[in-house]
Design a protein around this ligand. Sequence first.
Ligand code: ADP
Length: 420
Amino acid sequence: MSRHQSCLVLNAGSSSLKFAVLRRDEATEDLHQVLNGQIAGIGTDARFEARDANRRVVAQRRWSAEDSQRRPALLEYLLAWLGQALPEDRIVAAGHRVVHGGRGFSRPVRVTPEVLAELQALVPLAPLHQPHNLAPMRALAASHPELPQVACFDTAFHAELPWVASTYALPQELSYEGVQRYGFHGLSYEYVSQRLAALRPELANARVVVCHLGNGSSLAAVHAGRGVDTTMGFTALDGVPMGTRSGSLDPGVLLYLMREKGMGADALEDLLYRRSGLLGVSGVSSDMRALEQSTDPAARRAIELFCFRVAKEVAAMAGSMGGIDALVFTAGIGENSPGVRAEVCSRLGWMGLAIDDYANGRSALEISADDSVVPVFVLPTNEEKMIALHTLAVLAASAPNGREADEGQPCSTARTPATC
Ligand code: ADP
């Protein structure tokens, strides 16, 4: 039986393992998602859920508190389940989302023991994310050494930021140590920029501000498809307020909290990452949809602050490029909240930016009014597809004699039918 070539995409967090399987269409060479889902509640009450391409739930399962702590076993369960669920697919590689590539990794890379060691050394730069991103790579390398793995970085898109955009005004010894602005959400920016260029070729060399607004939010200035500025910096805390993260703060606030409130690193981390942002301002929820549905005035204030800060950063990103030729909204809030888009854009009327209420209400591809000086787009992001595209490209490039890496490579294990 001839089997489809597919790529497994893994996005591992502290308590969740999100996955997607993308299948290569032999005729068009394009990739289509056939399954996605996650194991949530890892460490406490692990729950598995998978959905098919039509978003229908096709499998669910729960684990005991004890079994919920066995991370490698949960990953093995996922692989075995995929083998059964997709008998016609042959998973030829796993692509991982990795939050930090530091200065060394400016493009996706095949995972080797040396690469893993270098990524481990970057843990201090992203202690809340990087260890979780690396754990499934190690587990897969041990249990399925024949399966090629590729690391794709959230920072890579911003690797060529001009020095003025990547440098903090600190003593430069700190810069040499790596205390600099890196930027994140790069896989989303890359995907969205490529989509915009495909849909509107006349904008391929344009100055585009992309607003990635989700639980985590940032903006990027993208000129001719390359990142030239972004709102997140050394960590994913900087920039606009997020679901539970503060966004930019006067660093003096931290000194005050340390001196006057006796807060240490752990307490500050908890405050800035988990108790601030939309949740901190509203006291109601970190979730934009819940805030929009709430009648509490504090919820409204949180939305207003969010929109104010996003609009301000759109102007800042445009300033970094000397102008703006297009504005793009993406991610959960950007794709789905006409209210936020309208409020952000109404603050940018001075730029000649105007939206069409009907198109905005339907989240159409292009939501700007006919007389808007700058076109405004809503483009769904697809970080999983970007990872799968990178993964298969790295695999093809690293294949001997330019052959597809999986051709003629016998798979040595029967434990995961999906991988061989
Ligand atoms: P993550 O950063 O976790 O990937 P998402 O991109 O999924 O997050 O975005 C989640 C955010 O999108 C939440 O604040 C959620 O409320 C918001 N969102 C999703 N759908 C809607 C909607 N229809 N209206 C308003 N906000 C929405």
